[in-house]
Design a protein around this ligand. Structure first.
Ligand SMILES: O=C(O)CCC(=O)C(=O)O
Ligand SMILES: [Fe+2]
Length: 246
């Protein structure tokens, strides 16, 4: 599996104009969209894993803010190793390091959000406007990869929102299968618009940080958020307790 991920991604990354992407990422206040990023065989491997992870989807609902399903990194590790291999692929991390100009690190093994799936399968599934706030000491970068999009959902983004010297620019985009979106979580305000009836949208998220140190109190806050908004208490606290004790 690892060799397969490495081989397919290495070829795809070699075809990218990295200096141009880096320029664009920085010009857009640390935000970029790369259509057709995932090579088809790798996208297919991710899609094949979806049936296996389906029973692990945790449904969540926060009135007015969020409704949907999520699969944590713990369940992905247990059921579908392709996602972890993709997250740790060195060529991918090197590309992200070049784009950001930062020495990015992997999130620690007790973080359920290190990589995760977001599943929009019921009418009204959505997430309201937010930042991907970092609870780590370092800056948090989010990567979204489209896997399935049979939906009318849009990823709506507000660029330059935190800048006092520029007007905010709004973008509305479809996260088509294979598309990569990468951004600084503290800078990009974004949301996913509600799914309609009989629609389906599945996105993979990857999280990288510049410094994985975290205050224990913020780890608790982060775990509470992940339990309520994403993965459920059993997942988050049983696993993070177990990992911490390992
Ligand atoms: O589903 C997506 O593409 C992104 C969802 C999101 O922004 C989040 O859960 O923080
Ligand atoms: Fe987000």
């Amino acid at each position: 599996m690892e060799a397969f991920v490495t081989d397919t991604l290495t070829d795809a990354l070699a075809a990218l104009d990295v200096p141009a992407l880096t320029q664009l990422f920085r010009n857009q206040d640390e935000f970029i969209v790369v259509e057709g990023f995932l090579p088809q065989p790798l996208l297919d491997a991710c899609l094949n894993a979806l049936d296996t992870v389906a029973p692990a989807i945790n449904r969540n609902y926060i009135p007015w803010h969020k409704k949907g399903g999520s699969v944590s990194r713990f369940d992905l590790d247990r059921l579908a190793p392709v996602f972890g291999k993709l997250y740790r692929n060195t060529a991918l991390v090197e590309l992200l390091r070049t784009l950001t100009g930062q020495d990015l690190e992997y999130c620690p093994p007790n973080d359920p959000h290190t990589y995760a799936l977001y599943c929009y399968t019921e009418p009204g599934d959505h997430i309201g406007f937010h930042y991907d706030t970092s609870y780590y000491r370092g800056t948090r970068y989010t990567v979204l990869l489209g896997l399935v999009d049979e939906s009318s959902c849009r990823l709506e983004c507000e660029l330059y929102r935190t800048r006092s010297d520029r007007a905010t620019e709004s973008l509305s985009l479809r996260l088509a299968p294979g598309t990569l979106v990468a951004f600084n979580g503290d800078k990009l305000r974004h949301r996913i618009t509600p799914a309609g009836a009989n629609e389906r949208r599945i996105a993979l998220t990857l999280e990288y940080v510049t410094d994985v140190a975290m205050h224990p109190l913020l780890r608790f806050v982060s775990n509470m958020k992940d339990s309520i908004a994403y993965f459920g208490f059993r997942q988050v606290f049983a696993r993070s307790g177990k990992r911490a004790a390992d």
